[in-house]
Ligand binder design. Sequence first.
Ligand code: AHM
Ligand code: MG
Length: 341
Amino acid sequence: MLNKIITLNEYIAHKQKDFSYATGELSGLLQDIALAAKIVNREINKAGLVNILGATGSSNVYGEEVKKLDVFANDQFIRSLRTSGECCGVASEEEESFIAFENEKAKKAHYVVCMDPLDGSSNIDVNISIGTIFGIYRRKSKVSDICNLDDFLQKGRELVAAGYVIYGSSTMLVYSAGGKVNGFTLDPSLGEFCLSHHDIKIPKKGKIYSINESYKNSFSKSVNEFVEYCKTEDKATNRPYSSRYVGSMVTDFHRNLIKGGIFMYPALRNHPNGKLRLLFEGCPMAYLVEKAGGRATTGYTDILDVQPTGVHQRVPIFIGSEDMVEKVEAFIQKYESVSSL
Ligand code: AHM
Ligand code: MG
């Protein structure tokens, strides 16, 4: 039996009434992000041709400067959000400070976006999947004013929508606007994202652990013990688990979301907050995983309950299947209670 194709735009339009503030603005914003993602996808697909078309930083055959893809993606998303009329400002991993849009249309908009335009971009040169991550908040400042820092320093619990795009063997957009988590696969022949993964739920018990084990000597005792636990044979829990680490968070997260597992970027000896950013990577992914039935924690606090104090704040992350996240938390908290005796 053939199923009817449902495009992202159709789906968003159909679901608009379910959004908390159903004015169509959030729908429009999601559609703008999807359109910008298609443009970025087109450039990423050409990445391998860079030596033919012109190296990064030089001119291509058309005499245009070839931008680095992460710069291209950043510019593309910001341009699209600036002119959308639904977004009053953006904080991007590529920008030192947040950008407040000053045009009249943008000042009247209700939403701000926090995003990592191209996460894992060091993987582009070797043809490995990368992604865009975004989180959408309702502004705190007065409509018609220019947005301010407080609009961005909101806890993940305040998110009204979040998602990611994975530029992989196929390109997918996965998002939730408070309800289900749905995945849409880009059909390149139609140029449309089509609903392919309805109501994604992460398996409660995972079998995969993802961590950069080369930092072992910088991990806490508890994290190392959890990793050993994952490797230990135990028929009852179906261990050892498989180790999978791409080094591209969206890719590692996406696989674990579908198959069940945990992704970890913990505190390191010289980096007590790890590497990943709370607003750009932590909160949007934590929001999605919770909507899909999983969990995300710093080891002590749910990621969504961490109060941001700066746009580039980093945070240790343990995210994925509920049972695995609970287990690592138990390891971490066991040592905390011993050290506090
Ligand atoms: P980026 O935002 O500079 O691309 O860095 C984030 C990426 C994640 O996608 C990935 O999980 C992590 O960095 C890998 O870091 P490491 O090489 O330290 O394991
Ligand atoms: Mg990043």
